[in-house]
Every structure is written in C-alpha cells, then in structure tokens.
Design a protein around this ligand. Structure first.
Ligand SMILES: Nc1ncnc2c1ncn2[C@@H]1O[C@H](COP(=O)(O)OP(=O)(O)OP(=O)(O)O)[C@@H](O)[C@H]1O
Length: 671
C-alpha cells in the first residue's frame, strides 16, 4: 500500500488549532491522556478476548511502556492492547465521531464565542484525548496493529498537527499501539525519567495495568586519562540498564482500603475519569456486601457539564466486573436524574461478558442502581445538612439544661467549615436535574422533595426548602403555595400573588423549566398539600375572615349579569369568567382549572414544537378594580373585554393571539 495523505475532519483541525495555541496551562496532562488511551486499548482487548481468546496471541500480560530518547527528542507510549487497523486509524485519529464532542465543538465556536479561559474550562470538561499530544509535540507518529490481524496489516499514521495526516501500511510483529511524540523544543523536559515518573505517579497510579519504564542507574564518566585514577573524569550521567521497572502503583483505587487512600488520590482519580480539572464536591466509597456484592466509588462534580440537560447522555459511571473494565457510561447503574454522578461500580456478581441488553434485565444491576441512588441521595442530604454553620446557641437555650452541643475536635470543626456552602453550590449546578427525580423515582420521591430548594416571596435565592416553608406557614394556612413562571421577575410580579402579598403569605417561586412537570408528581409535602396559586379558584380557607368571604360572595352575586356578558364576549378565548379574591391591584388574571396544564407550560411546549392540549384558561376579574367597574354600561364593552383578557395574558408573559387587534383596540381607546 502506498502512502496516503488525508485531511483532518474540520472539527479536528479546529480542535488542534486550540490545543496548539496554548490553551493548556497544564501541559503535562498529555501523558495522562495517552496513558489512559493505552489503558483503554488494553481494557478493550481484554473485553473482546473474553469471547475470542486467540486475540491474545501469545502475549497475555497487558502493559504500557513509556520510553524516551534524549538525542532523538522523542517520547513513546506503547501498549499491547487492541491496536488499530488502517481504517480504524484513519477514522479514530482523523475524525471526531462522538456526538458529545461535536456539541462541544459547536459550543466552542458557536454564537457565545467563549473566551480563552472558558475555552480552557470547556476543553477541560471534555478532554482532548489523543490530540493533547500536540501540546508538547510538533509531530506525532503512531504505529499500530490490531489484535487478530496479520503482522503485514500494521499501520503507520503521521501528522504534524496542521491540516493533514499521512497513513501507510507497515509490517508490525507485535499487537497494539506505539505513539511517538517528537517533542517541541520547549517541551524537552519530558524526555527525562524523573519528570515522567513524577507525572505518572500523579495521574496514573490507579491505572490497573503496570506502566513500565526502563531502569536507569548512575554511571561515572570515563577517566580522562585511563592510566591515572586521580586524573579526573568526564561528567557522569544516568544510563539505561535494559531492565524494566513498574513505575505506577498499578492498583485500582476503589479496590484499596479507604484508610489507605488520601484525599488527593481520590481527587486525582476523579479528575482522571471525569476530565474535570477541578476537585469534586463530594465522594462516597463503599464496599456493599449482601445478596449483591459490589464496590462503588461515586463522585458529585462541582460543575455541571455543558450538556447536562441532554437526557440521552449516559451517566458517567464505569462498570467493572472483578476489576476487569466492562464499559464506560453504563446505563442502568444510575437513574437519569443522577446523570451528573461520575465514578466506578465494580461488581462481583455480573458475568464478564455482560452486554448492555443484559444490564437492562439484570436483577443485580437493579440492586446496584438502587444502592447507588441511595448512596448519592445520602451524600446530598449530608451536604444539605452541613450547608450552613450551625446557628450559635441562643441565650435562652444556653440557660436550659438541654442545650448540649457536640464538642467538636479541631479537625471536625474544620471539616464542618469546609462543607459550608457546598450544597448551595451543588444545587445551583444540578438542582434542576434533581427535580426530574420526582417524576422518575417514585420510591425516593420524599427524599428528593426534601432536597429541593426554591426562591420565594421572601428570598430571591433558591434557598427555601419545603420544610423551611412549612415552619413559616401562617396560623390557619393549609397549603404550600407556589407559582410557576418563565423568570423570577415574572413570578415575583405576577398578579396572582397580590392577595398573598397582602396577607403576608409566603409563595414559592418556581422558574426552572422542569418545575411544572416535576410538580405534577408531587401533591403534598409531609402531609401538607401543594397548591399552585395560578390553578383553580383561590381558596385561602381559614386565612380569609368572614367579612371577606361575605364580600366575595356578594360581589359574585351582583356581578352575575356582567360575568355572563363577559363570558359571551370572550367565549372563544376563556373557558369561564368569574370574580376573584386573589387580585388586589390588577383588574384581571388568567388561571387554569385545578388539574389543567398551566398556560406557561402549554406555551413552552408549543415553542418547543410539541403538542399541547388546547385548553382555554379561566379569566378572573377583580370586582373592585375601576376598569372592571367601568365595563358595566360601557359602549366599548366588547373591546374592553378583549383588552382585559389580552392584558391578563401579557401580565403572565404570554402574547395575545392577535397582537395587531389588541394594539388597534387599545389605540382606539387612547385617541
Ligand atoms: N493506544 C490506542 N490504542 C488503540 N486505539 C486508540 C489508542 N489511542 C487512541 N485510540 C483510538 O482513537 C480514538 C480517539 O482517541 P481520543 O483520545 O481522541 O478519544 P477517546 O479516548 O475516544 O475519548 P476521550 O479521550 O475524550 O475520552 C479512541 O477512541 C480509540 O478508538
């Protein structure tokens, strides 16, 4: 086969441009990426060999070798893993196939042109894998042969990292891949055993395969005058001995005892599997014994990935069976609403040849998922509990005999302090996704509900829990009131809140897109019903005094003829028209029937091109408002009625069905 020169896919070229233009302040991560690819390649071989042992040829000891040549200015990472055929080399090293990666690329170059540091962060989240080699190399050559192919079917791939790469067939006796980096002049420091060892132990200790380097030992320089021992020598140096040594711990971190693992090691492992540059917010590491046995090491990241809201995206949990890597992003090990969790599950019970289909049906997997879900929720409860420092004991309390506070050691105190604010941070990043759990995980609905936080009429920050709300409920208040809206401003200024404000009743303000849907699954919290202030007739129950109730009934009675006329005029727009007690300053508002879909959700669905049921809202009018009073006997009754309706729609963020007609009507009244 002759040599072919091919162009990189446009996205790769773009990515390479970013990589080579100094996005990385942390150059050394290239080694982590290449070692990780080598380790993945060995995992893949081990996995494929479960069904075809011949793939091992006669070489069953999987390993990674790191070598360098100071004279040639090269660094080579070699593995005896699955290797690549020529077609695979062209495809895997010349294009970006993963859809997540494409999203990422469009984000980098999309409308919101990220600045350099944001780009750095994005790249950090995503990891540039193989291409990170170009951070330190101005040329990379890859030689590979796929397991199972003949030595004549090897491939050589070479690129200078600009627009093109070359591929040609080559003879390669050994299976697997060698990646040779031709180091840039400013990266020659990586051709040093000491430097490489220190990077490997920092990033790759947990790689369960041995990483081998050639041993070096000190050798004195030659005698300047061979007949005179005391006559001085040439300078000495380290020389390679030809023996190999393992330079990483080669021990899966999750299989080690917790007490032997430092916080730094946990963090490093997280960075490795998540491609996040920052430390995780929290982690949990447990060995679960019982009818299903497994080890879990699960992390909650500190920042949401750019594609958090892609529900199709699999969770970031890797599945191992007895330390053998089975698959990345295994579905079914985590519910979708916890898709942000990263980590590893290592099962002792699943068969090694488990397939994605089998995972769906396995009872062990179901037990693992339930166990992992409980652990993560437990971790979140713990973060929530320690989000704020415990309030100092009040004077009153200190006087009573019961006011005993735990005595904390300095370490415990430091830990408590370190946890402050973590839940708030978590919630800001992942709260909206957690809410999906209300609809998805019926068994844990109550635990999830306790973890939710909202803004309210007393707090703009999403910091109010249902429990906080309940503790502040007014005497006689029977429901937890909430409103859903497109934005905090729209929620806060909604006319539907007027009577609640007047009476000093707190209302939760829900502005996440998912709220309306999620709350369909939560009718009550701790036996107190949840009530949307924009649904059904407002019933303040005991919060309304007798005089108010009487006035409302009387108004409804006197207004009957007017309501009938309004109903007739608006029969195409409104399901019903009634007098309300929920308004104070506004003339009218729209509500939906008790179990109807809110107008806001219907609007959202339509915008997203989805079918929304065509339900008409109920128009509620404020009998005390001058505009409503003016209706009676007005010659413009019909126009006023439509204006009243359209304004109510505008007030909640909607648009009149026929905006031009609305403008025309208003103008007619203005002149
Ligand atoms: N040492 C190797 N042996 C076999 N195949 C490899 C090796 N290195 C890279 N590849 C192939 O090239 C592909 C691209 O590698 P790259 O590191 O860019 O992405 P990735 O490893 O798939 O994803 P990421 O690094 O983002 O997790 C890999 O998916 C793999 O198929």
């Amino acid at each position: 086969m002759t040599k072919q020169t091919l162009s990189f896919q446009a996205e790769v070229a773009q990515l390479l441009h970013l990589v080579t233009h100094s996005l990385y302040s942390n150059k050394e991560i290239f080694l982590r990426e290449l070692v990780s690819n080598a380790s993945d390649a060995c995992d893949k071989l081990r996995f494929e060999a479960i069904n075809d042992n011949a793939l091992y040829e006669s070489d069953t000891e999987l390993k990674i070798k790191v070598t360098f040549d100071t004279d040639a200015k090269t660094l080579t990472i070699t593995d005896n893993g699955i290797g690549m055929s020529e077609a695979e080399a062209v495809e895997h090293l010349g294009t970006i196939a993963k859809s997540g990666t494409k999203d990422f690329m469009s984000k980098l170059s999309g409308d919101q042109k990220a600045n350099a540091s944001q780009q750095g962060q994005l790249i950090g989240q995503f990891g540039v894998g193989f291409y990170s080699g170009f951070i330190v190399a101005d040329k990379i050559s890859v030689e590979s042969r796929r397991a199972g192919l003949t030595p004549a079917e090897g491939v050589r791939w070479v690129s200078g990292g600009a627009g093109n790469f070359e591929v040609e067939a080559m003879e390669r006796a050994e299976r697997g891949t060698s990646v040779t980096l031709h180091l840039r002049d400013d990266a020659l420091e990586y051709a040093s055993a000491w430097k490489l060892k220190s990077i490997i132990s920092k990033y790759s200790d947990h790689i369960s395969l041995p990483i081998l380097m050639e041993k070096e030992e000190w050798k004195d320089g030659e005698l300047i005058n061979p007949s005179d021992e005391s006559g001085g020598r040439q300078p000495g140096g380290m020389v390679k001995t030809g023996e190999w040594e393992t330079v990483n711990k080669a021990n899966a971190i999750w299989a080690r005892a917790k007490k032997d693992i430092t916080a730094d090691e946990y963090t490093e492992f997280y960075k490795q599997i998540s491609q996040d540059q920052d430390a995780p917010l929290a982690y949990t590491h447990n060995r679960v014994e019982g009818s299903t046995e497994y080890t879990q090491l699960l992390y909650i990241p500190g920042k949401a990935p750019f594609d958090l809201f892609n529900r199709e995206k699999s969770a970031g949990v890797k599945l191992y069976v007895k330390r053998v890597f089975i698959m990345d992003d295994a579905d079914n090990l985590m519910p979708t609403y916890l898709r942000f969790v990263k980590g590893v599950v290592d099962s002792s019970d699943l068969p090694l040849n488990v397939s994605r289909e089998l995972l769906q049906e396995s009872r062990d997997v179901k037990a693992i998922r339930e166990g992992c879900t409980k652990r993560v929720l437990g971790m979140l409860e713990d973060l929530a509990k320690h989000d704020k420092l415990p309030a100092p004991a009040t004077e009153e309390a200190t006087e009573t005999a019961e006011s005993v506070t735990d005595v904390q050691t300095a370490e415990e105190k430091a830990e408590t302090e370190a946890n402050v604010g973590k839940y708030t941070k978590f919630y800001k990043e992942f709260g909206a996704v957690l809410k999906e759990g209300l609809g998805e995980d019926f068994g844990n609905k109550d635990r999830i509900a306790k973890l939710l936080r909202f803004a309210s009429t007393t707090s703009d920050a999403a910091s109010v829990s249902f429990a906080d709300y309940k503790a502040r409920m007014k005497e006689g208040q029977e429901s937890i009131y909430y409103i859903t809206a497109d934005s905090l401003a729209a929620a806060k200024n909604s006319p539907q809140l007027e009577v609640f404000k007047k009476k000093g009743i707190e209302v939760l303000l829900m502005t996440d897109r998912v709220d309306e849907w999620a709350l369909n699954y939560l009718y009550e919290f701790d036996d107190t019903p949840l009530q949307s202030v924009a649904k059904g007739a407002v019933d303040l129950g005991k919060l309304q005094d007798d005089a108010e109730k009487k006035a409302a009934e009387e108004a409804a009675e006197t207004f009957k003829p007017l309501l009938a006329k309004l109903k007739e005029a608006l029969k195409d727009k409104a399901e019903d028209v009634r007098v309300t007690t929920r308004l104070v300053d506004s003339p009218a508002c729209l509500v939906v029937q008790d179990h109807g879909m809110s107008t806001q959700l219907a609007r959202m669905l339509k915008q997203a091109g989805q079918a929304a049921p065509e339900t008409k809202p109920v128009l509620e009018v404020n009998a005390e408002h001058p505009l409503v009073k003016k209706l009676e006997g007005s010659v413009h009754f019909n126009d006023l009625a439509h204006i009243l309706f359209d304004q109510a729609l505008l007030a909640e963020g909607g648009l009149p069905e026929d905006p031009a007609a609305y403008v025309k009507r208003v103008n007619a009244l203005l002149v």
